[in-house]
Ligand binder design. Structure first.
Ligand SMILES: [Zn+2]
Length: 131
């Protein structure tokens, strides 16, 4: 008798003390929320604004920042100095296909300035760079 299906207040049918379907959904939502708030924390703690970026680009930006912060060379990330602009202290590092991270080297440390799309990057270059 104990295993007979019943109708829960939510309208689902099932066995047991509570609706397993709703419980499962609740857990999935909870996990999703947790992931989301963990991500929001990451975005908030980023040294530069990445909240306007597509999530993939934002993630990639954070990993580039992490790599540089660990002291690894930007060369490995295909970064380059704006030597031809006479702004050698400005370093541009590709983030994915169409974004670039701008850093400025000051006294041997890297300041992260901004991430921009290729288009914005070119606009900024032609209007004088980051001086
Ligand atoms: Zn239910």
């Amino acid at each position: 008798m104990a295993s007979r299906k019943k109708v829960f207040p939510c309208g689902h049918k099932g066995k047991g003390m509570f609706c397993h379907r709703c419980k499962q959904e609740e857990e999935i939502n909870e996990r999703r929320l947790k992931r989301k708030s963990a991500w929001n924390e990451k975005v908030k703690s980023s040294p530069i604004d990445i909240s306007h970026l597509p999530k993939k680009v934002a993630e990639k930006t954070l990993s580039v920042i992490e790599i540089i912060s660990e002291g690894k060379s930007y060369h490995a990330l295909k970064g380059k100095r704006l030597a031809s602009m006479r702004q050698r202290e400005v370093i541009s590092i590709p983030v994915g296909w169409s974004y670039r991270l701008i850093c400025i080297e000051r006294n041997g440390t890297f300041d992260f300035v901004e991430v921009l799309s290729h288009e914005d990057y070119n606009n900024k270059l032609s209007s004088g760079g980051w001086k």
